[in-house]
Design a binder for this molecule. Structure first.
Ligand code: ATP
Length: 614
């Protein structure tokens, strides 16, 4: 094997050397000491009697001067020149040379250099053939009598997995929250540690566990922690790495990965992004699909092939369980599903604790407050937030990371970086009025989420922002809450109407979001008495990606009209509610507008101070 590789490499080296040699020799042949001059200047030198002899070769003309002399465009003295004869010919030239008694030599244009020219022409071809041979020998060496049959794993077929003999040093302590998932996965621990006990009783332990959850919720981390706790090697690979340009390579890589894991058993195989190869078969077109299906078939047959005494557990992660091939999910394969959720407030605090272990913090940092201010953040988002905050502290040359670093970086992560925008005073005033409207509605409406902050500094796509933070995690959304939430969304536009007498395009995103929410209330949650409790949605939301997948409409035109009408009614009611609130507190809202224009950003305390005065 090693000598094969050496021989292949030396062939390539030889070809490279040959190519370089050809280029080098051709360069030598073409190089000369002659200096190029225009044809007219050459004739002038002849006429001035400075030329001793000339050589004709094809259209090339070289001349030796009687003595070295400095020419116009050359600083050095020159003793020989070169030029090209005009294609139209020059009847005078021969007479002129003879007149000046110049020795005339003529060389044949066909000489030994033509061989070199031929080689030069062939050089790219030789190089291409060399690389081609080298590449396919490399594949061939690993395939042996058939793909991977001889169990030799070359660099090409070797899965790009991370396999180490030593177990990972991650443990369940590094996985914060996710108690249910940890509990389910830890049931496998005893089997991995003492497989014989189970085998003696003829117990069938699950071979495959599917970890399902949104991106960044710690699926990889949990699998690694299981290997760390069990003290066994961890072989991990991303399913997308199986797929190559050549059909069959993915299957060979799967075989190689399972072989490696079996050699090291007891061990854990972790396949990330299983949906990259595990989508239901028989869908899509083209060779890439064949390759994917072959790879999937190989995974299935490898999982079937485990004999009872091989303690290898396969964990796989996906955030699209709905698209997986049913054969992957049947008993004996990935029949056990463990769901990882986005962390709640308690888990977020625990995750922040894990990731701030090595980050020096000032006393004002309250991890519970950061956790409360980051709903919807995944474990990966929180880790990133800690890192950004620490980097901000380092940029400010501080010795410890403080609460302000977290607050600033949280806003940056959620809303994007602050933008510098030159705004006309009237436009800035309108923006302050709009945001003050949202803020007042959030403050005065009893069911709305409490107000956290308001700013008129443009960030990301938004010109201004009003931020509310729920006091507790919400798992369901009651109707009164939704009505007040819609009124807060509409309050920006209503404030413009109330205080400036007209509306602007600034409510674009508010209207979009409010319409989507109202549509969900009507078509999914049965919250419109006119439409009733009937599912009239036109798209399906993916549970783990939060994306909508459009499906063909199954209801009638009149139902669609009824939904539109009910959505409009809900939005108009929200607008009226917002109008009533703002009308009642006009004086204090004006005060808030003035403060907002002066300070640009107001935090919760400053907002409460203004409104509580009244
Ligand atoms: P993907 O679906 O994108 O592959 P994943 O669910 O596999 O994501 P991981 O790669 O395990 O997510 O997590 C990303 C990072 O987030 C890890 O470095 C980990 O440190 C951190 N993280 C995620 N969840 C947790 C958690 N519960 N406790 C501590 N750290 C976490």
């Amino acid at each position: 094997m090693a000598s094969d590789m050496t021989r292949n490499n030396s062939t390539l080296l030889l070809l490279l050397f040959l190519t370089l040699f050809i280029f080098y020799t051709s360069h030598l042949v073409n190089s000369s000491n002659y200096v190029y001059v225009p044809y007219s200047e050459f004739k002038l030198l002849v006429a001035q009697g400075k030329v001793k002899s000339v050589w004709f070769k094809g259209d090339q003309l070289k001349a030796i001067l009687k003595q070295a002399s400095a020419l116009d465009q050359h600083s050095k003295k020159i003793d020989s020149v070169k030029t090209y004869t005009p294609a139209l010919g020059d009847d005078e030239l021969l007479g002129l040379l003879e007149e000046n008694k110049i020795t005339i030599n003529v060389e044949s244009s066909d000489d030994g250099n033509s061989f070199i020219s031929m080689l030069l022409g062939l050089a790219p071809f030789i190089l291409f053939v060399g690389i081609y041979l080298w590449f396919f020998r490399k594949i061939g060496a690993s395939m042996g009598g058939g793909l991977g049959q001889d169990k030799r794993i070359s660099g090409f077929l070797k899965p790009t997995s991370n396999v180490s003999d030593a177990p990972p040093d991650t443990t369940f302590d590094d996985v914060a929250g996710q108690e249910n998932a940890k509990q389910e996965v830890s049931e496998l621990l005893d089997y991995i540690r003492h497989p014989k006990k189970y085998q003696a009783l003829g117990a069938n332990v699950p071979k495959g566990v599917l970890l399902v959850g949104p991106p960044g919720t710690g699926k990889t981390l949990l699998a690694r922690a299981l290997a760390g706790e069990a003290g066994v090697p961890f072989c991990s690979i991303s399913a997308s790495e199986f797929i190559e340009m050549f059909v069959g390579v993915g299957a060979a890589r799967v075989r190689a990965l399972f072989d490696q894991a079996k050699e090291k058993a007891p061990s854990i195989i972790f396949i990330d992004e299983l949906d990259a190869v595990g989508r239901a078969r028989g869908t899509g077109l083209g060779g890439g699909n064949d390759e994917r299906e072959q790879t999937l078939n190989q995974i299935l047959s490898e999982m079937d092939g485990f004999s009872g005494h091989e303690a290898v557990i396969v964990l796989a992660a996906t955030n699209r369980p709905d698209v997986l091939d049913p054969a992957l999910l049947r008993p004996g394969r990935f029949d056990r599903h463990v769901t990882l959720e986005l962390p709640d407030i308690v888990a977020r605090e625990a995750i922040l604790k894990v990731h701030t272990r090595k980050v020096p913090l000032t006393d004002d940092v309250k991890l519970n407050e950061i956790a409360a201010a980051t709903p919807g953040f995944s474990g990966a988002d929180l880790k990133n937030l800690v890192n950004e905050a620490a980097m901000n502290a380092a940029r400010n040359k501080a010795e410890k990371t403080c609460m302000d670093d977290f607050e600033k970086m949280r806003d940056k992560v959620i809303f994007g970086s602050a933008r510098k925008l030159v705004m006309q005073p009237e436009e800035r005033h309108r923006l302050a009025v709009h945001e003050a409207g949202h803020t007042a509605a959030a403050f005065y409406l009893s069911e709305a989420d409490p107000i956290h902050k308001v700013t008129i500094i443009p960030r990301g796509q938004a010109l201004g922002l009003t931020q509310q933070l729920p006091e507790n995690e919400r798992y369901t959304l009651p109707l009164p809450y939704l009505k007040h939430r819609l009124a807060v969304m509409m309050a920006g536009r209503v404030a413009e109407k109330t205080f400036l007498g007209n509306v602007s395009s600034g409510a674009d995103d508010d209207i979009k979001q409010a319409t989507a929410l109202a549509r969900a209330m009507v078509s999914r949650w049965g919250m419109s008495p006119e439409v009733g409790p009937i599912d009239l949605r036109e798209s399906d939301e993916h549970p783990f990606l939060g994306r909508e997948i459009t499906t063909p409409r199954t209801h009638s035109e009149s139902s669609a009209n009824a939904v539109d009408e009910a959505v409009r009614k809900i939005l108009m009611e929200a607008e009226t509610l917002a109008g009533d609130v703002l009308e009642k507190h006009k004086a204090l809202i004006s005060k808030l507008v003035t403060q907002l224009e002066a300070k640009e950003t107001l935090d919760k305390d400053e907002i409460y101070e203004v409104f509580n005065e009244g």
